[in-house]
Design a protein around this ligand. Structure first.
Ligand code: UDP
Length: 396
């Protein structure tokens, strides 16, 4: 190749890079994949449209108060997957953190998820665990068979009074449609407890990265075989110019929305500050339909080992995601399911591209599952030189 080598290099630089892998998105999926590849000796370029790493778990210090802020809403790391926990701990020092959520309903403050305290307080009773179980079972509504909708699932699980107080209004605000339109899987995220246990999650491992999620993701990307390009938008036409592409952007965006737009919810955050401690906990939910926001996050409570005189809070509003907005939650209504099936078929037919992550597979997955799937996808590609079948993990 001798004399032609510089020309070839220039062509590769302009069009892509046939010896390197392109990872689209510097969120958790992209960072884990690039790291696994790098440690196996495979170089990659991680291309990110935004000006920061860590996607929607991005954290940064609030300039006014110095508090570490979860810029795109609260993220708590929790998992039963020992390998994922060990992996995350390689890149961040995790501090013990238990997520305890409160809910303001009708002017009173309750514990979430619904537990024995919530039940006794709400109904003005002093029930013991088995009494409460029978009491709630007597309120449950619904026939035999699997619940399909969120509403059916909720009525079976907690009965109508608790459903209407804690789930109905919150869910309508969060998703923009009635709970009867939403899949039951969303509610399966929330447990019901007949004890006073008030830990929101029940996983073996739970914690908060001491220096924030962005520092953790930056540490994953800090490897000589990884080149990070921020503020670099991806165009699917460029995909063929790379050895392989791992794509963690929105699934429909990859195809330029050719079949239509999948429904996402986006979030608006209204920042306000106070002195000392504003609400006494990290997250206060507001299930009442009359309150326009879903929850208030007071970020300093995510880092109780730090001390700050001021405090910063975000009121969180959910709305439909327009073309210029950041997509947060895949909605997955019935209409979306048909469109999703069409996009999945196209994604499966796409050679040399693996679709990963919450947006790339249009699924409501948590951080630990995101890391698990990213580890598996990268390893499978390294092992078999083939893309893991997109969406192999099934719908969520
Ligand atoms: N949810 C609710 N009331 C609450 C909290 C949650 O009805 O006070 C429902 C709501 O539909 C929400 C879902 O449960 O979207 C999952 O809640 P989770 O706390 O997992 O939401 P995330 O933190 O992922 O936004």
């Amino acid at each position: 190749m001798g004399r032609n080598f510089p020309i070839l290099c220039r062509v590769l630089c302009v069009q892509g890079d046939l010896v390197r892998v392109l990872v689209v998105g510097a969120g958790l999926s992209g960072a884990v994949i690039a790291r696994v590849l790098a440690e196996a000796g495979v170089a990659s370029v991680v291309q990110e449209a935004r000006d920061h790493v860590a996607g929607n778990c991005h954290t940064r210090r609030d300039e006014e108060t110095g508090v570490m802020v979860h810029v795109h809403g609260p993220h708590i790391f929790h998992t039963d997957d020992d390998e994922v926990w060990t992996y995350a701990n390689r890149f961040a020092r995790f501090r013990p953190f238990l997520h305890r959520v409160k809910a303001m309903v009708g002017g009173a403050v309750y514990t979430l998820p619904i537990n024995l305290h919530t039940i006794n307080q709400f109904f003005g009773r002093c029930l013991r665990p088995e009494e409460a179980r029978a009491f709630i079972a007597a309120q449950a509504e619904g026939g035999p068979g699997e619940a399909v909708s969120f509403e059916e699932q909720a009525l079976r699980m907690v009965g109508r009074p608790l459903y209407e107080a804690f789930f109905k209004g919150y869910t309508e605000k969060q998703w923009g449609v009635g709970p009867e339109m939403l899949p039951a899987a969303i509610l399966k995220r929330l447990p019901l407890r007949f004890s006073y246990e008030d830990n929101y999650f029940f996983h073996r491992h739970q914690g908060m990265p001491e220096a924030g999620y962005s520092a953790m993701v930056a540490a994953m990307l800090d490897h000589p075989l990884i080149e990070l390009r921020l503020k670099a938008a991806f165009r699917a036409e460029a995909a063929g110019a790379w050895r392989h592409v791992f794509y963690s952007g929105p699934l429909d965006g990859y195809f330029d929305h050719a079949l239509g737009r999948l429904g996402y919810r986006t979030l608006d955050f209204e920042r306000f500050t106070d002195r000392g401690d504003h609400q006494g906990c990290a997250v206060m939910n507001y299930p009442d339909a009359a309150v326009p926001y879903t929850r208030v996050t007071e970020h300093k409570h995510f880092a109780p080992w730090e001390s700050h005189a001021g405090t910063v809070c975000y009121r969180e509003y959910s709305r439909d995601c327009g073309p210029g907005d950041l997509p947060y939650y895949p909605i997955r209504l019935v209409a979306d399911q048909a469109l999703l099936a069409a996009y999945v078929a196209r994604a499966r037919a796409e050679r040399g591209v693996t679709f990963v992550g919450r947006l790339g597979t249009y699924r409501y997955i948590d951080m630990d599952q995101t890391i698990r799937e990213a580890l598996d996808a990268a390893r499978m590609w390294l092992r078999e030189g083939a893309a893991m079948p997109a969406f192999a993990a099934g719908p969520v």
